[in-house]
Design a protein around this ligand. Structure first.
Ligand code: ZN
Length: 282
């Protein structure tokens, strides 16, 4: 599943290869992939539009188009957004195909069809067309502060790992990076969110930024890389502290990394390095 660093990698690729190009023709191969408006309006609205900027909010990609229109994309579980030359042709799971004025194509591929594209007509706003954007907490790489985190966690009787994944508290932090951040701060994933101190909140904010930036760096900066490498998680996982390393020795102390189920997700941790704050939560 694409997490924030993967989505940011896609955004950087769109900035490089798509901004300045125009949509010459739009083909919807799977109507479920269009979130707004209807398919007919989607095709008509996008055709002829020029891409002005590629932005991101949480895991949403927000393409700004000329005439104050927009195109929002969420990749969800299995979506991929690729700028390709025509010879790069593998039609599997292709849901929306946009031919570009440059002769390239913008391809939205999505095996499981949970991903969505939303057209934002001129005069409307991303926030209105995609209401989930209104619920998002601050961006982990800009705007997230220790004060916010400390305040949001105060009194919470939820495992801290689960609270870190709450998108209304932090936008876009996913399962892999939440595990990594907790390892780096020495906090056990089952600790109560409400039990952290102000100093823990400081350390969490620093670890979140550091971990995500590192992952973005490993992600490379081209869509081509993203398309050819089955996502960036693979690169990052080779370097991870705990994620995906069940039963392997902790890189710090040698203790076997544990994996548990938590709120329907998996959590990886070192029971020796991450003792801090473990008391009350189950
Ligand atoms: Zn350890």
């Amino acid at each position: 599943m694409p997490e924030l660093p993967e989505v940011e990698t896609v955004r950087l690729g769109l900035e490089k290869f798509l901004v300045g190009d125009s949509f010459a023709g739009v083909q919807v191969l799977r109507t479920d992939s269009v979130g707004y408006p209807g398919v007919k309006e989607f095709v008509k609205g996008l055709t002829g539009r020029k891409v002005v900027a590629a932005k991101r909010r949480g895991k949403y990609l927000l393409l700004e188009l000329d005439s104050n229109a927009g195109l929002g994309v969420h990749l969800r579980m299995s979506g991929r957004l690729i700028v390709a030359d025509k010879k790069h042709r593998d039609a599997q799971f292709l849901r929306v195909l946009i031919k570009l004025k440059s002769g390239r194509e913008l391809r939205f591929e999505d095996m499981r069809v949970f991903g969505r594209m939303w057209y934002v007509p001129p005069g409307e706003e991303f926030l209105k067309v995609i209401p989930a954007l209104q619920e998002l907490g601050p961006e982990p790489l800009e705007g997230l502060t220790a004060e916010h985190l400390f305040g949001a966690f105060r009194g919470k009787k939820q495992a801290i790992k689960t609270a870190l994944l709450d998108q209304t508290i932090i936008a876009g932090l996913g399962n892999i990076y939440a595990d990594e951040v907790l390892f780096q701060t020495g906090i056990h994933p089952l600790s109560l969110a409400g039990s952290i101190t102000k100093s823990d909140a400081d350390k969490l904010v620093v670890a979140i930024a550091k971990t995500l930036k590192e992952a973005i760096r490993h992600g490379g900066t081209t869509l081509r890389d993203y398309a050819n490498s089955e996502g960036v998680n693979g690169n990052y996982q080779n370097e991870s502290w705990v994620y995906g390393r069940e039963d392997e020795p902790c890189r710090v102390c040698g203790t076997e990394i544990e994996r548990i189920k938590l709120a329907g997700r998996s959590a990886h941790f070192c029971g020796n390095c991450q003792k801090k704050l473990r008391r009350k939560s189950k």
